[in-house]
Design a binder for this molecule. Structure first.
Ligand SMILES: CC(=O)N[C@H]1[C@@H](OP(=O)(O)O)O[C@H](CO)[C@@H](O)[C@@H]1O
Ligand SMILES: [Mg+2]
Length: 607
């Protein structure tokens, strides 16, 4: 079922995207006016009929694959790789064969989706500079369908070329992929600023071109969300030739639109913003936006010209350590500051505490989510009233890492809050079930998704609503849908939306931070012998295996007022993570430390 979602995703309102694309380049595109169910069943019928003739690897293809695969053999003695929460990540030196193989996978995915453009991004996000990684973007710009992850795991771990070809052969048959050289496939490649990126992109290109008919288009150094945005834009036919330039144009135009729609503009403004760019790709891209917007009140720091990527800088460091990033200090007290991560898909805000010994007041992903949810709810309540036949469904998606106070606040706003396991692929999927699905991880990765039906309705409201106030609210929501990156969480477009909303409200960062008070929390990581021994359930809040550990965690947690604690295996690092919340910082620290010891007792290296 999931592999079909790529098609469902692209059935956007014709008013929003001009045409509806199936990802099947030569299928009828005048279908946009049909109701969604009819559209998608027609797509699927075409898709199914094409699939029937497929699923064979000819001799020429086999020998091409075999020849190139023999040049990219996996190094001996490395740990088993797993696609995880955000693709494959490891020390860059061991990744050549993995990336080569994922190049093949991306080309196969393009073939399977009837020639839709697939994305392949080389990044290890907030991890250290010597690491790297690879992840794949599906036709709608979202993460690779989970159905393909086992295949990704198996080919990444295939010990030699013969077994790799055998796995591909089996998969191609199972999925009916037309591997006969007759069909075209396109993969869009991007990388962050890591020095290992260039050679890994080359490995990916070898993988792609070993699938006959497949072409890799290299977008160079881009943020992860820019690559996802381009994939989405190309496939939805809004902009078949979509480039980074279009990304910047759309972001700046919709941001300006939101600013122009601010009622009774405050002459005071909301003051200066300083952005820590993690010494990563976000710095140079934010500079482009700054120039395009003639935005004088933003200062860009840690743009990568001097410091080391992610070393004591960036959103992950700031959110987890709750201290200032390098380059920030007492001179910044009271100023609104933001941090991006290494590939600019996470965003948090903070202020430096005066005499605080480098401590900060963190404004995390939960607060960004709350600000977005509040703004959307306000605007929606202006546009809709009880007499409307169509009542858009709004859903807010969080993970167990969301601060308990944020969930309480969102519930008090009357919003439906849903929990999923960690990893944006889960949140994104859930958010798609709503007309407006807003999701954020506490670490600052999140976005807003709008359904095609809602956007059609909104398009109508923009021009037909009688009152100016209603029209403007509709226009604001429309601008949000254009500004926010609906493919994936995006620190740059998220930052512009936060700035626009704060200006709209006339709020300082402190006023925003007062929406609710975070419960004190602590996150720790524990190195264990085998993190896969931890099996969780209930959106990762309960440990099922190893037996006995959950009872012990619960027994500790109940001792602390407002205590909440869970453990889960990381999908990106070889650790088990511990999260604890309680009514005081000391209590949260103590609870986290006790549970970390428990994890060590149950799973640590005890010889
Ligand atoms: C606690 C935490 O921040 N976990 C992060 C981290 O995943 P782990 O599976 O926890 O390693 O990286 C993921 C990818 O960036 C992100 O989705 C997730 O939220
Ligand atoms: Mg990232």
């Amino acid at each position: 079922m999931r592999s079909r979602r790529a098609f469902d995703l692209i059935k956007v309102c014709p008013l929003h995207s001009a045409t509806v694309s199936t990802g099947l380049p030569d299928s009828g595109r005048k279908e946009g006016t049909q109701p969604p169910s009819a559209v998608s069943s027609r797509f699927l019928a075409i898709f199914e009929s094409r699939r029937k003739k497929k699923g064979r690897m000819n001799e020429q293809q086999r020998s091409t694959l075999l020849q190139s695969a023999s040049r990219f053999l996996p190094p001996k003695g490395i740990n088993k790789l797993s696609y995880g929460t955000a693709g494959f990540r490891a020390d860059a030196s061991v990744l050549q064969s993995t990336v080569f193989r994922i190049g093949i996978l991306a080309a196969l995915r393009s073939l399977q989706t009837g020639g839709a453009v697939i994305g392949l991004m080389i990044t290890a996000s907030h991890n250290k500079v010597s690491d790297n990684g690879v992840k794949v973007a599906d036709p709608g710009g979202e993460m690779l369908t989970q159905d393909w992850e086992p295949f990704a795991d198996s080919i990444a771990n295939a010990p030699d070329s013969e077994s790799l070809i055998q796995l591909i052969n089996e998969f191609v048959k199972k999925e009916n992929i037309p591997l006969d050289g007759a069909k075209a496939a396109t993969v869009l490649l991007g990388r962050d600023t890591r020095p290992s990126g260039e050679s890994l992109v080359e490995a990916a290109k070898h993988g792609i071109s070993s699938v006959i008919g497949a072409v890799g288009n290299d977008m160079g150094v881009v943020t992860t969300p820019q690559l996802h945005w381009m994939v989405r834009a190309k496939n939805t036919d809004m902009k078949p030739s979509a480039s980074e330039l279009d990304y910047f144009d759309q972001a700046s135009t919709s941001f300006r639109c939101l600013i122009d729609l601010i009622p009774k503009k405050s002459h005071q403004g909301i003051g200066k913003l300083i952005v820590d760019c993690a010494n990563g790709v976000g710095g140079e891209k934010l500079q482009v936006l700054k120039e395009k917007l003639n935005w004088l009140d933003v200062e860009i720091r840690n743009s990568g010209k001097e410091g080391i990527l992610n070393e004591q800088v960036g959103a992950d460091y700031v959110q987890k350590e709750k201290v200032v990033p390098q380059g920030f200090g007492p001179h910044d007290v009271g100023i609104r500051c933001a941090s991006l991560d290494g590939d600019a898909d996470r965003l948090v805000y903070f202020t430096v505490i005066s005499n605080g010994n480098n401590q900060i007041k963190l404004v995390d992903g939960d607060k960004i989510l709350s600000l977005f949810a509040l703004f959307i709810k306000d605007q929606l309540s202006i546009v809709t009233d009880d007499t409307n036949e169509y009542q858009p469904r709004v859903g807010v998606v969080q993970t167990a890492y969301a601060n308990g106070a944020s969930t309480k606040y969102l519930n008090q706003l009357g919003l439906q809050v849903i929990f999923t396991p960690t990893g944006v692929k889960y949140l994104h999927e859930k958010a798609h079930e709503y007309d407006i699905g807003i999701y954020f991880e506490a670490n600052g990765h999140g976005t807003i998704l709008f359904s095609g039906q809602f956007l059609c309705w909104l398009e109508d409201r923009k021009s037909t609503e009688k009152g100016m106030e209603k029209q403007n609210a509709a226009k604001r929501l429309w601008a949000v849908s254009k500004l926010i990156n609906q493919a994936v969480g995006d620190a740059l477009s998220g930052l512009l939306l936060v700035e626009a909303i704060l200006q709209h409200m006339g709020w300082s960062v402190d006023k925003w931070n007062e929406l609710y008070h975070d419960l004190p929390s602590r996150q720790l990581k524990v190195k264990v012998a085998d993190r896969t021994a931890v099996v969780t359930t209930n959106a990762e809040t309960i440990v099922e295996k190893p037996p006995g550990i959950q009872e012990a965690i619960t027994a500790l947690t109940v001792k602390y007022p407002q205590g909440r604690c869970f453990v889960r295996p990381s999908g990106t690092e070889d650790v088990v993570r511990v999260y604890a919340e309680a009514n005081t910082q000391e209590a949260a620290d103590e609870l986290a430390t006790c549970v970390a010891k428990l994890v060590d007792q149950f799973l640590g290296f005890h010889f």
